[in-house]
Design a protein around this ligand. Structure first.
Ligand code: NDP
Length: 314
């Protein structure tokens, strides 16, 4: 590791969603002089949503991208050193921990806070991408409210899809649920709930072919993959719930993670299996995945880092 490309920092934060920026606000105020690298999508998943109405403090709601600018400004005002750059490799063998940025420079840090988030999986249709934020969403809790009293569709068959379909069934007139096989992956109890909800209409062996609409979703075209029969269903919203991918690849072999790649933390803390390395936000949370819970866990990570560093006299 050449010295010219190495920089030593006290606390390094990787990621710029609600978890990363909140960690930066708390760490700055504790005088830990955090350096935050924003990653490939500064602001994280909220920058690809539209209106956010469930983040406390914004009485009139706010656009997701605008909210993340507010988070960044607040972290900056508290003194965080916020930089462009993507963490590409880590070496947690010994203190100080090493994190490579943009495959070039190495940062050495006394403590590392990971807030790299997760990315929703998408079907990969052109129409899905084009109408994202205009009726297409990967988060029913975030966007279901906009479809009150309307008809929507959801694709997916795991626990997330089941939970989101149930959530939508309380707001919408009908929820059309597309399942690609003849069975659901969701837990039995969730399957039973979905199947027994009168306004959730199940479509088995069903593939989504296209989401229809110019500036907003108006219908969805589906095809039964057993019979080959296609049909169009008029809907106002289309929810994708086919899983998330935690952004944890670079930590493989260093940090404990579950089979899906979510980082494991000691319950009730943000501590990973490497002391001084903390995880917060969606990279370690497959259950709640909300901006407010991510922000809360970013706060926990900064407080855990502060306590760790002070116990070590660093
Ligand atoms: P999962 O990976 O469990 O399920 C994804 C679902 O999407 C599967 O049913 C899969 O179908 C389907 N799918 C994947 N790709 C496509 C595609 N291209 N087209 C159509 N369907 C597709 O993800 P979840 O997000 O549901 O859950 C992740 C983990 O989190 C699980 O372990 C789950 O149990 C857990 N979880 C727990 C909750 C709770 O306890 N309250 C709440 C939410 C999640 P197929 O079955 O055919 O592969």
């Amino acid at each position: 590791m050449a010295d010219v490309t190495t920089e030593k920092v006290h606390v390094l934060i990787i990621g710029s969603g609600p978890a990363g920026y909140t960690a930066a606000i708390y760490a700055s105020r504790a005088n830990l002089k955090p350096v935050l690298y924003q990653g490939i999508q500064p602001g994280g998943q909220l920058t690809i949503t539209t209106e956010v109405e469930n983040y406390p403090g914004y009485a009139n709601g706010i656009q997701g991208p605008e909210m993340m600018v507010d988070f960044e400004k607040q972290a900056h005002r508290m003194g965080a050193d916020i930089r462009y750059g993507l963490a590409t490799k880590v070496d947690f063998t010994s203190q100080p921990y090493k994190v490579q940025i943009d495959e070039e420079k190495w940062i050495e840090a006394d403590s590392v806070i990971i807030a790299t988030g997760a990315s929703a999986k998408w079907l990969g249709l052109e129409s899905e991408q084009r109408l994202n934020g205009y009726g297409v969403s990967a988060c029913a809790v975030c966007d279901g409210f906009f479809f009150r009293g309307k008809e929507v569709a959801i694709v997916g068959a795991g626990d997330t899809a089941a939970e989101e379909a149930l959530y939508l069934s309380k707001l919408c007139t009908t929820v059309h649920m597309f399942i690609r096989r003849d069975a659901m992956r969701a837990s039995k109890v969730m399957q039973d709930r979905v199947i027994n909800t009168p306004n959730i209409k199940m479509y088995w062996n069903t593939d989504t072919e296209e989401i229809i609409g110019d500036n907003k979703v108006t219908a969805v075209k589906i095809k039964n993959n057993k019979t080959g029969v296609s049909q169009e269903i008029p809907v106002n919203g289309f929810f994708v719930a086919i899983g998330h991918q935690p952004n944890s690849d670079i930590f493989k072999g260093w940090l404990d993670m579950d089979e899906a790649g979510y980082l494991k933390t000691i319950p009730g803390t943000s501590k990973t299996n490497v002391e001084g390395v903390f995880a917060s936000g969606d990279v370690q949370d497959k259950i709640y995945r909300q901006a407010v819970t991510a922000a809360g866990s970013g706060c926990m990570a900064a407080l855990d880092a502060e306590r760790y560093l002070s116990a070590k006299g660093m």
